[in-house]
Design a protein around this ligand. Structure first.
Ligand code: AMP
Ligand code: MN
Ligand code: MN
Ligand code: MN
Length: 276
């Protein structure tokens, strides 16, 4: 049976597995088409693609770009991108460039709340220091005994209004979509329910996303409740968007949902993988 998983992370960004390990795991779990979508970086794609070729698994090169829209952090997944595109690579490099400074500010905020030493701790978890982000801080906070697990960290730290949160300016929506399209990819809105948009904001966002050339939305993701999957399936219908499906897997023991272990898309939706 076809099992398509178009959203996951390797340790090129904030996942726990090497790209090739991730591909082998996906294959073992029955995934037939896999996209690697690391945050703001394409470094893992070559290794993943080679491993997928050996394992006879269809591979889709991807990326998950951090965007600021209306003062909210939004994630836009680019699927089927070329890794040879200068505009995309330079754009991603610019986005990554803001992370080390943000990390230093996050550490200062945590230190002010009585938790010193997190920059060093988080840096140890980040294979690529340019990609340092909240997951690496979360792992460090768990190690320090500040929370039971990574998920619990995000209830008390690193989110708006809590210690360790730092407002940040990521790419503009227009730039992210332009870079993805220029590199031959399809732009997909990741886990829409995560942004806690009001109805009005959601519609305003979708109009802008669609006008800029965004083509898909993630309907099936562990970030959504069943009701939210229904809601975003309807939104895909309403805006004539392609629909995507992804586990957002970050690693064994950390992600509750395994690669490929998510519901199928409703049958009447247009699967984005048919457009790749
Ligand atoms: P950043 O790009 O540095 O803002 O980090 C975002 C990453 O933090 C996401 O891609 C997730 O890996 C992780 N994250 C954010 N919120 C949560 C949450 N509630 N539970 C677990 N991980 C989260
Ligand atoms: Mn992540
Ligand atoms: Mn995301
Ligand atoms: Mn993700």
């Amino acid at each position: 049976m076809e099992n398509v998983d178009l959203h996951c992370h390797s340790r090129a960004s904030d996942g726990l597995l090497a790209p090739a390990e991730l591909v082998l795991r996906a294959h073992a779990k029955g995934v037939t088409t896999l996209a690697l979508t690391d945050h703001d970086v394409t470094d893992g794609l070559r290794e993943a693609s080679a491993a997928a070729h050996d394992a006879d698994l269809r591979f889709v090169p991807g990326v998950e770009i951090s965007v600021t829209w209306n003062e909210t952090s939004i994630h836009i997944v680019g699927l089927g991108i070329s890794t040879e595109d200068e505009t995309l690579e330079q754009g991603l490099q610019w986005v990554r460039g803001g992370r080390p400074r943000r990390a230093a500010q996050m550490a200062r905020s945590l230190a002010d709340a009585g938790i010193p030493g997190t920059l060093e701790g988080a840096t140890r978890h980040a294979r690529n220091p340019d990609l340092i982000g909240r997951s690496h801080f979360a792992r460090c906070l768990v190690e320090m005994g500040c929370a039971r697990d990574v998920g619990s960290v995000f209830k008390r730290y690193l989110v708006r209004g809590k210690p360790g949160f730092v407002p940040h300016q990521w790419a503009s929506l227009e730039n992210a979509i332009t870079w993805i399209r220029k590199a031959g990819g399809v732009a997909v809105l990741a886990h829409p329910a995560r942004y806690r948009f009001t109805r009005d904001e959601l519609h305003r966002f979708m109009k802008e996303f669609s006008d800029l050339g965004g083509l898909g939305i993630e309907v099936i993701t562990p970030n959504h409740t069943f009701q939210e999957c229904v809601l975003y399936a309807n939104l895909a219908r309403k805006f004539g968007m392609f629909a995507s499906r992804g586990s957002d897997f970050h690693g064994p023991g950390e992600s509750r949902i395994e690669l490929g272990a998510i519901a199928q898309l409703p049958e009447d939706l247009k699967p984005v993988w048919k457009a790749l």
